[in-house]
Design a protein around this ligand. Structure first.
Ligand code: SF4
Ligand code: SF4
Length: 323
């Protein structure tokens, strides 16, 4: 080991896209790798958790943790890295807000297990065997991580110093976050390391966004031939750019898809889903309750739409069996 700052990169409950985003740093990654000692990165390097356990508390300068916390192993690793690290960065939508796997909180653990291991049409499990945290096979004890009742964002399990949202975060913001850490130029603890304004501010379609938005009909993106240079809201398609933090480089907009909100709420907003619902209430143009109902019924899966990335960190946390 050298005297370089130590960095851990770890994947909890997520899809692996955040780890790929780090690899996508390309040459920048080589520069970073030269400036730091990577002490844990399970997807790329063969360090064990025991290496981390053997370190002194606070010995790791920066832990970059992606993914949410759904089981006992993820919780244990998150707590271990917190103990050993000076700075913890929640990396990506799952770590920051719970992410799309957080939509599992619409169901109970029991519902999920019944479907996955028993009731799904492709399952063949006549004896109804369910995974157990501890089981004995040939007089040997086998263990599996215990599945928690609900999905949690990282800050619901450990103290988090900084947040870098996105699904996944873009390489320019990743490079900026690492450089700011190494140069000791980080903002106030608790800050998001992404711009503080809304995505609409940088959207190339911003000039076509109506001054006063009035939605009398809501269409899904596949139901129209969306014009590539006109604000989606002006075309009657919902776009979460109005309530979503800027910083992604308008990836979805550039391929003619509306924003779905993976950067989470803009600065100062506590709950991205509630914010979007209140925004919808302001822009839906209807006189009577019946008209409102008719328009809102055009939003298929209202809860899923508004809480796609953020249910665990929302005020509901879980719509079933909150812990
Ligand atoms: S609502 Fe969407 S399409 Fe319209 S300006 Fe904002 S981000 Fe761009
Ligand atoms: S446009 Fe919205 S959903 Fe797409 S990457 Fe950007 S913040 Fe995420």
């Amino acid at each position: 080991m050298t005297g370089k700052p130590k960095v851990a990169i770890c994947w909890l409950g997520g899809c692996g896209g955040c780890d790929e985003a780090v690899v996508d740093l390309n040459e920048v990654l080589l520069t970073v790798a030269d400036a730091v000692d990577i002490v844990l990165w399970p997807i790329a390097l063969d360090f064990k958790y025991d290496h981390v356990k053997a370190m002194a508390d606070g010995e790791i300068t920066l832990s970059i943790i992606n993914g949410n916390v759904r089981n006992s192993e993820q919780e244990e690793v998150a707590k271990l890295l917190r103990k050993k690290s000076q700075i913890v960065l929640a990396f990506g939508a799952c770590a920051c807000f719970g992410g799309t796997p957080g939509m599992a909180n619409f169901r109970s653990k029991e519902d999920i297990f019944n479907w996955v291991y028993k009731d799904a049409p492709t399952v063949n499990n006549p004896n109804g065997v369910f995974p157990q945290p501890v089981s004995n096979v040939d007089k040997k004890e086998l263990t599996l991580p215990a599945f928690h009742e609900s999905v949690k964002s990282l800050n619901q399990v450990i103290d988090v110093d900084y947040y870098l949202p996105g699904c996944p975060p873009p390489t320019d913001l990743i490079a900026h976050a690492v450089t700011a850490t190494l140069e000791n130029k980080l903002p106030m603890k608790g800050s998001s390391l992404a711009p503080h304004k809304a995505l609409c501010d940088s959207c190339p379609r911003n000039s076509t966004k109506p001054q006063k938005i009035k939605l009398t009909e809501i269409k899904r993106i596949h139901e129209i031939e969306a014009k590539p240079d006109i604000c989606f809201l002006a075309q009657g398609v919902l776009c979460m750019g109005i309530a979503t933090r800027d910083g992604c480089g308008h990836n979805c907009i550039d391929i003619n898809l509306p924003c779905r909100g993976c950067f989470g709420p803009v600065e100062g907003v506590r709950d991205a889903g509630i914010k979007m619902i209140s925004t919808l209430a302001a822009i839906i143009d209807a006189e009577t309750d019946k008209d409102i109902e008719k328009i809102t019924e055009q939003i298929i899966d209202m809860a899923g739409y508004n809480f796609r990335f953020s249910l665990p960190s929302s005020m509901f946390g879980s719509l079933k069996n909150p812990e």
